[in-house]
Structures are given as structure tokens and as C-alpha cells.
Design a binder for this molecule. Structure first.
Ligand SMILES: Cc1cc2nc3c(=O)[nH]c(=O)nc-3n(C[C@H](O)[C@H](O)[C@H](O)COP(=O)(O)OP(=O)(O)OC[C@H]3O[C@@H](n4cnc5c(N)ncnc54)[C@H](O)[C@@H]3O)c2cc1C
Length: 385
């Protein structure tokens, strides 16, 4: 039987997260806008850390982290539901106690140096595959890692790396001649440099420069020549979390539009009485609901241990387009006010635009979906299989 309801425990977790976000995180919104508009980071890392520790004291730590590492191990469906809640605010808050999924492929010694300190929030990681000449076409990366004695020497440039300016270490992908793409754990003090890249949003990624950076053999993550699989595992892992977060943002924005349509008058009527406005509100909810169920389905597949790649591509494409349509309508419903910096709509507008680009552009998701159908990897007409 298909069951769309949450268990009591799931509902309780969802409600706890919702009230934590409303009580502790949303009050920072006006400060975030003020700081960003003055050219400063919206919120200091220490503030986020304090909030994470506060959540930890009430038992909220490591949503997807296995219990043996002190996490809650709630699984993909609950993680998606939590992302919907954190997405309701533009304050860049995430619960603590998390580490990149591929760090679990580390050996015991690497786990002590990289995985556990990342979970504890003592070290910050970043993930670097994109290069100036290789974005969607990740297989054509050119950064090289030449063997030299017991070490590797890395040369190359990475671009658009999230957290690249703050990270203590990078999971970087480079080609070992004759052996293939390999992932290396490289501490900043081994010699790589970062340069901030200004963007239209608040996500300030960085370019990373590797000039003869010497990395010992023990810093290979996984196996030499098997890095590409790790890179894809990292990217796929987060794919349905992007639309999940977008659902929270779009619902919050739509509520702003509903509230405004119920108080703003034009030509003697509330604008909410005009069909032109009603249709924008209705279409937005229809699209949000569609993303919600596509996202939960992708998460459910992952939770069941089924192949979630195709479902995640559908959810990510749908969610990125939905969020951009909804924020545009919400801005339109607010008229001139929507375009000002008095309201946060323009800020969401710039942030949500990124969703159509990173972790696989809209075009790459369409390409994946079409190829799976054309090659017969996925057949139409199934439910859950
Ligand atoms: C803010 C931000 C944060 C990021 N964070 C990270 C990070 O942490 N780590 C990391 O490694 N990367 C990161 N990226 C990089 C991101 O994943 C790439 O920008 C993205 O994959 C697209 O690559 P590209 O920019 O080189 O565009 P290109 O690949 O050059 O694409 C240009 C255009 O061509 C289209 N296109 C390309 N190939 C095809 C095709 N075969 N068929 C049809 N259309 C095609 C694209 O969809 C796009 O519209 C980040 C990017 C941004 C903007």
C-alpha cells in the first residue's frame, strides 16, 4: 500500500526542527541582510557553530551520520524533510555533526585525521573537481598528480569550489598519468592557495591553485585510478537534497505572496481577488507539491537501497526550475516592493538561480534523463520499481 503519512517519530522530528529554525535561526535574518548589504559575510561561522552546539545539546547532531560516529543516522527521507525545514530561511544554517559521504571511504588513519574532525566541526572540508576547462564535462579534468618517490606532486587549477576559502583541507581530483583520476586529501598547509570568486549570490566559491603541491602517498582517498567513482558518489549523494531545500524556500516565499495579496489593494480590490494573481499562487503550489513528492520518492529509493540516480535527476531538475519560477512570481506579486532591498525576495532570487547550475545543470539533468530512456535503462510506466 502507498502511505504518504509520517510516523509519529518523524512528525516529532520535523516539528522540533521547524520550531528550532523559527526560534533560533530566523531571528538572524535581518542581521544577515544588513551584513551582506554592507559587504560582510551574512553570519559569522562562530554564530553558526553556537547554534549547532545548542541543537546538539538537545540531541540534534549528525542527521545522516552513523551512530558509531555520534550521529542520528536518520536516513535519506528524514534528511530530505529536515532540509525542507532548514530551507525555509536564507540564513546559511545546517545542523552540525556531518561529513562528506566519501570521507567514509577513508582508511582508519585518515578517518582520525579527516573524517572525525570534520564531523566534530573542528576541520572544514571542500570538494574540488571543476576546473576552468572542465565543468559539466568532469571527465576531461587536466590537473595532474605525478608520482615522485613515495609522494605525488599535484599541479593544476580548480574553480568555483564551495568553502574553498575557508577549508582546512580539500578532497581534490587529479589525473595520475597512466593510472587515471584519483582523489587526494590535501591539507591547506601542504601548499595550495585559494582566491575568492565574487558571484551574484552569497555563495562565495573559490579558485584553488596547485603549484607543485607535494602530497604523501597515504593521502590518497580510496584507490589510485578510482577517483571518478568517488566524485560521482559525492555529487549524487546531495542531488535530492537540493530540491528538498528549495521546497522550504518556495513555501516560505509563497506564504509571503499570499499574505501580501490579502492586504494590498489596487483599483478598489485586494490584489488576491484578481484571477491574474490567484493563478500565480495556484500554479506555484501545484509546482511545489510536485517537487515535494518527486524529492521524497528519490529519497525513499535511496533509503530502500534502490538505484536513486534517475529519480534524483528528475527531482533536481524539477525543483531547480520550480524554485526559480516561484520566486519570480512572488517578486511579481509584490510589484515594485519585490524589487527593493527592503524585502528579502531579491536575495532569494539571486540565491535560487544557482540551483539550475551547480551539481549538474538543468541541461545535464535532461541529458541524463533522456539517455536513460533512450538506452532503455529506465522504462516508463513503473511505480516504485
Ligand atoms: C556557486 C557555485 C558553487 C560550486 N561549487 C562547486 C564545488 O564545491 N565543487 C566543484 O567541483 N564544483 C563546484 N561548482 C561548479 C559547478 O558544478 C559547475 O559550474 C557546473 O557543473 C557547470 O559547469 P561549467 O560552469 O563549467 O559550465 P559548462 O559545463 O561549461 O556549461 C555551459 C553551458 O553548456 C551546457 N552544457 C554543457 N555540456 C552540455 C551537454 N553535453 N549538453 C547540453 N548542454 C551542455 C551547460 O548546461 C551550461 O548551460 C560550483 C559552481 C558554482 C556557480
Amino acid at each position: 500500500m502507498v502511505d504518504f503519512s509520517l510516523t509519529d517519530e518523524e512528525r516529532q522530528i520535523r516539528d522540533t526542527v521547524r520550531s528550532f529554525i523559527e526560534r533560533e535561526v530566523m531571528p538572524l535574518e535581518s542581521q544577515v541582510l544588513r551584513n551582506e548589504r554592507a559587504g560582510r559575510p551574512g553570519v559569522e561561522r562562530d554564530t553558526i557553530r553556537e547554534l549547532q552546539l545548542k541543537a546538539r545539546r538537545s540531541g540534534f547532531w549528525g542527521v545522516l551520520t552513523p551512530e558509531e560516529y555520534g550521529g542520528m543516522d536518520l536516513g535519506p527521507v528524514m534528511a530530505a524533510i529536515i532540509a525542507m525545514e532548514t530551507g525555509r530561511t536564507f540564513v546559511p544554517f545546517q545542523f552540525g555533526g556531518a561529513a562528506d559521504n566519501i570521507l567514509y571511504f577513508a582508511n582508519d588513519e585518515q578517518k582520525q585525521r579527516y573524517l572525525i574532525p570534520t564531523i566534530e566541526g573542528e576541520r572544514i572540508s571542500c570538494f574540488a573537481i571543476t576546473e576552468p576547462g572542465a565543468g559539466s564535462d568532469a571527465r576531461s579534468i587536466r590537473s595532474s598528480a605525478r608520482r615522485d618517490g613515495g609522494d605525488f606532486v599535484i599541479n593544476g587549477e580548480k574553480t568555483f569550489i564551495t568553502n574553498g576559502n575557508e577549508a582546512d583541507f580539500v578532497m581534490v581530483f587529479a589525473v595520475v598519468p597512466d593510472e587515471g583520476v584519483t582523489c587526494f586529501l590535501v591539507d591547506r598547509d601542504m601548499g595550495w592557495k585559494s582566491e575568492p570568486i565574487p558571484t551574484m549570490g552569497q555563495w562565495g566559491p573559490a579558485a584553488l591553485i596547485f603549484e607543485n603541491v607535494r602530497v604523501p602517498d597515504e593521502n590518497v582517498l580510496g584507490e589510485v585510478g578510482k577517483g571518478f567513482e568517488l566524485a560521482m558518489a559525492w555529487i549524487r549523494n546531495g542531488r535530492f537534497m537540493i530540491p528538498a531545500r528549495a521546497i522550504g524556500s518556495a513555501e516560505r516565499l509563497l506564504q509571503m505572496a499570499i499574505d501580501y495579496a490579502n492586504i494590498r489593494k489596487s483599483m478598489g480590490h485586494l490584489i488576491g481577488e484578481y484571477q491574474a494573481i490567484q493563478w500565480q499562487i495556484a500554479d506555484s503550489q501545484v509546482e511545489i507539491e510536485a517537487t515535494k513528492w518527486l524529492t521524497l520518492y528519490a529519497a525513499w529509493r535511496a533509503e530502500q537501497g534502490l538505484d536513486a540516480r534517475h529519480a534524483s535527476s528528475i527531482a533536481k531538475l524539477n525543483g531547480a526550475e520550480m524554485a526559480n519560477k516561484v520566486v519570480d512570481r512572488v517578486l511579481q506579486i509584490h510589484g515594485g516592493m519585490g524589487y527593493t532591498k527592503e524585502l528579502p525576495i531579491e536575495r532569494w532570487y539571486r540565491e535560487l538561480r544557482l540551483l539550475r547550475i551547480y551539481e549538474g545543470t538543468d541541461e545535464i539533468q535532461r541529458r541524463t534523463i533522456a539517455r536513460n530512456l533512450l538506452k532503455g535503462h529506465v522504462r516508463l510506466g513503473g511505480i516504485g520499481e
